[in-house]
Design a protein around this ligand. Structure first.
Ligand code: NAP
Ligand code: ZN
Length: 346
């Protein structure tokens, strides 16, 4: 075993700096010095839901960038010193139809999650990127393209891929009309990507407060979801509505925004939902969802972002301020992603 240092949950809002074990490198592993790790709203959900009496510690963090420090003997794609990025899945079976299709995120035997998962070879609990070192199978690390700032690129690996795959699979391109509901970590990247894909893009936010930001991100307009008049005026006008709202909410007002034969892609709230069939029937609308991305799409997303200069708008904090970051994220006080600088763990 190798040891590193990281932030382990001690309660729903508290974490403690602690030594952590990482596995010795397998033939196809690389060791990554984690430099920057994004703080995803999913980390809040994980902390809230974590059983404090569980045997496995919870170390969140599933979007990070860093530098390769060591490689296993079978690794050919990376060398020590390479800049890499790791997202929210770190392994899959590799042989099922989904893996064969490059959709490792939908692996029939469930992809191995970066944290809160179970390593498929030794059964150990996976511990996330709120730490100084991560050991990962080479196939699930991605070269970080030159030109992408490593702190601002970290959120691309969860927030970015999560919105990228549905935008691509739903055919968003020049002429598409896209609405992005919830302007947070996922939402602001969805806006940047949809705009870069050529779509006319509108933000749907609870208030008008983020109007200037929405415009700066390239959106054409912002609709306040709490303004019935604005919502009614936008009825049936979007080919794709990307819903990144983190809390449970009524889908009906968002389905009303979807144009004939268009799609509401539910990405943010992943619990049970209730839908009136009539809200789909009128306009032959589709309800869809997505999560993470396969390896080819993740690599493609990074290339696209490098080509278009897309990274997250980040506020970088020393990792010692992780509780502040989580608390402010909970209160929606971030524009638009916290990233932890892990160098204070040395
Ligand atoms: P975030 O930065 O907190 O953004 C969420 C946004 O949702 C907020 O900025 C806010 O936008 C809106 N919102 C929050 N509470 C709301 C409420 N009560 N009613 C209406 N709108 C509300 O979170 P994030 O990191 O982007 O993550 C968003 C969600 O996606 C989380 O639930 C997360 O767990 C989930 N997620 C899913 C996947 C996946 O694989 N599908 C991957 C990553 C994250 P406005 O201020 O503009 O209204
Ligand atoms: Zn995430």
């Amino acid at each position: 075993m190798r040891t590193t240092t990281g932030w382990r949950a001690t309660g729903p809002t508290t974490l403690r700096r602690t030594p952590l074990e990482r596995r010795d490198l397998r033939a196809d592993d690389i060791a990554v010095r984690v430099d920057y790790c994004g703080v995803c709203h999913s980390d809040l959900h994980a902390l809230r839901d974590h059983d404090r009496h569980a045997e496995a510690p919870l170390v969140p963090g599933h979007e990070f960038t860093g530098v390769v420090t060591e490689t296993g003997p079978a690794v050919t794609a990376f060398s020590a010193g390479d800049r890499v990025a790791v997202g929210n899945i770190v392994d899959s079976c590799g042989v099922c139809a989904m893996c064969e299709a490059g959709q490792e995120n939908f692996c029939h035997s469930f992809p191995t999650l970066t944290y809160g998962g179970t390593d498929r070879r030794d059964g150990s609990a996976t511990l996330g990127g709120y730490s100084r070192e991560y050991v990962v199978r080479d196939a699930f690390a991605y070269p970080l393209p030159a030109g992408l700032d490593p702190a601002a690129a970290a959120p691309l690996l969860c927030a970015g891929v999560t919105v990228w795959e549905p935008l691509r699979s739903l055919g968003v391109g020049p002429g598409s009309r896209v609405a992005v509901a919830g302007l947070g970590g996922l939402g602001h990247l969805a806006v940047k990507m949809a705009v870069a894909l050529g779509a006319t893009t509108t933000v749907v936010s609870r208030t008008r407060d983020k109007y200037e930001d929405a415009r700066r991100l390239g959106a054409h307009d912002l609709i306040a979801s709490t303004d019935a008049g604005q919502m009614a005026a936008a009825r049936d006008t979007f080919d794709v509505v990307v819903d990144t709202v983190s809390a449970p909410h009524d889908l009906a007002p968002y389905l009303k925004l979807v144009a004939m034969d268009g799609t509401l892609s539910l990405l943010g709230y992943l619990g049970p939902v209730t839908v009136e069939a009539m809200d789909l029937l009128v306009g032959r609308k589709k309800l869809s969802s997505a999560g993470s991305a396969g390896r080819p799409a993740t690599a493609g997303m990074l290339r696209f972002c490098a080509d278009h200069g897309i990274t997250a708008d980040v506020e970088v904090l020393p990792s010692a301020q992780v509780e502040t970051a989580l608390d402010r994220l909970r209160r929606n006080d971030v524009r638009y992603r916290f990233v932890l600088d892990m160098s204070d763990l040395d």
